[in-house]
Design a protein around this ligand. Structure first.
Ligand code: SF4
Ligand code: SF4
Length: 75
């Protein structure tokens, strides 16, 4: 597992899906996360074990709402 994972600020996310498409390892999926009344789908890290922590998704996000979070205890 990577020592960093992407964390999405859902309150600012446009639910555009660009990050999902950008991930070279298909780790992100659009899913209903129950955060808004419009029932949109937002990116979730569906395959954390496959994520390399490369940050490509964060760089691809047009509104810069993905933060790479360092995981404690992972070398
Ligand atoms: S950090 Fe890299 S591997 Fe992980 S979800 Fe983002 S693009 Fe995919
Ligand atoms: S690219 Fe950014 S705005 Fe678009 S779905 Fe991903 S996190 Fe949300």
């Amino acid at each position: 597992m990577a020592n960093k994972i992407p964390v999405v600020e859902y309150s600012l996310c446009a639910a555009c899906g660009v990050c999902v498409t950008a991930c070279p390892f298909s780790c992100l999926e659009l899913s209903k996360v129950g955060i808004d009344r419009y029932n949109k789908v937002y990116p979730v890290l569906a395959s954390p074990g496959t994520c390399t922590g490369c940050g490509i998704c964060a760089k691809a996000c047009p509104v810069e709402v993905i933060t790479m979070q360092v995981l404690a205890g992972v070398p």
